[in-house]
Design a binder for this molecule. Structure first.
Ligand SMILES: [Zn+2]
Ligand SMILES: [Zn+2]
Length: 306
């Protein structure tokens, strides 16, 4: 391990994250809003960023094997599906029904991706309720008067690092209804560690560093739904500012979440890509599982836009 590169990565990651949080907290107070530093989020995000920076250097210096990239893809896909099919399409929107075994598998995958149900579902429900209004936890339009990039950074990442405490009182989610919510307290951290431990056990150091890269990639793909998904692309309804991205964006997200305008227009639909050829691996998996009898009451989209 190159200690100098690792130290530089740590310094850059923690430094840039602190700078961002400081700037946004100041801007919020200029707008007469309170933002509180979330120490846990600042620390964990900085650590993952530092790991991802070092892993990028490792990739150039040592090179990653084909097996490492396959593990990168596999873990990206399962953690992405855990978030999209588990936390999003099932736990928040109940767009399909299934048994405990599949729900538990999805929960483990989401925990491996570093997502906690308790905060995820409550924040996302409030996002739909207050969509792009001042009390939306992560609308890019909160910073309208300061320009697009302030809004982009806020909705992408900073809203988690400097959350606005008054929003807690607005969250009406019944936490007890979320499947495996009590288990989350005990299994979140072990699952998160497992996402790093399995590739490390299989490939050694290479497996560890590519896991940091995978975590960083899936986090930013997930974050981009809140930022790009409300800023760039086409709208499908005049009532919503949410956007459908390009097919290239859809290919990167793989699981279908890039069709965010579709989702805001029809939240009960389990399909995010409505047309048969729209890239939505989550939809395809649900259809296969419905045929196998694992998933039922699968909500189809109300209408198809071409
Ligand atoms: Zn949603
Ligand atoms: Zn949205």
């Amino acid at each position: 391990m190159n200690k100098t590169i690792f130290a530089v990565s740590l310094l850059f990651a923690f430094g840039s994250t602190f700078l961002l949080t400081f700037m946004f907290r100041k801007k919020l107070s200029e707008m007469n809003m309170v933002g509180e530093y979330s120490k846990d989020m600042i620390f964990s995000y900085s650590l993952i960023t530092a790991g991802a920076l070092y892993s990028t250097w490792y990739g150039f210096a040592e090179g990653y094997s084909f097996r490492a990239w396959m593990l990168f893809l596999f873990f990206s896909l399962i953690t992405g599906l855990g978030i999209s099919l588990g936390l999003h399409r099932h736990d928040t929107h109940r767009s399909y029904r299934t048994g405990s075994i599949f729900l538990f598998i999805l929960s483990v995958w989401a925990w491996m991706g570093g997502m906690k149900k308790e905060t995820w579902v409550a924040n996302h429900t409030l996002h739909h309720e207050k969509e792009d209004k001042p009390d939306d936890p992560h609308s890019p339009y909160l910073f309208n008067r300061y320009g697009e990039w302030w809004g982009f950074l806020w909705s992408h990442l900073v809203w988690m690092l400097v959350p606005r405490p008054h929003l807690e009182a607005l969250k009406k989610t019944d936490i007890s209804r979320i499947p495996f919510i009590r288990t989350e307290r005990y299994l979140f951290l072990p699952c998160l560690i497992l996402g790093f431990a399995i590739p490390t056990a299989l490939l050694g150091q290479e497996g560890l560093w590519i896991s940091f890269l995978r975590m960083f990639y899936v986090l930013h793909i997930t974050f981009s739904i809140n930022s790009s998904g409300h800023m760039f692309g086409t709208t499908v309804s005049t009532k919503s500012l949410s956007r459908n991205g390009s097919w290239i964006g859809a290919l990167f997200t793989m699981i279908g979440e890039r069709y965010h305008a579709n989702h805001h227009a029809d939240q009960r639909s389990a399909f995010l890509g409505w047309r048969w050829f729209d890239v939505d691996a989550g939809k395809w998996l649900l259809v296969i599982l419905e045929r196998c009898g694992v998933v039922y009451n699968l909500n189809r989209p109300r209408r198809i836009y071409v």
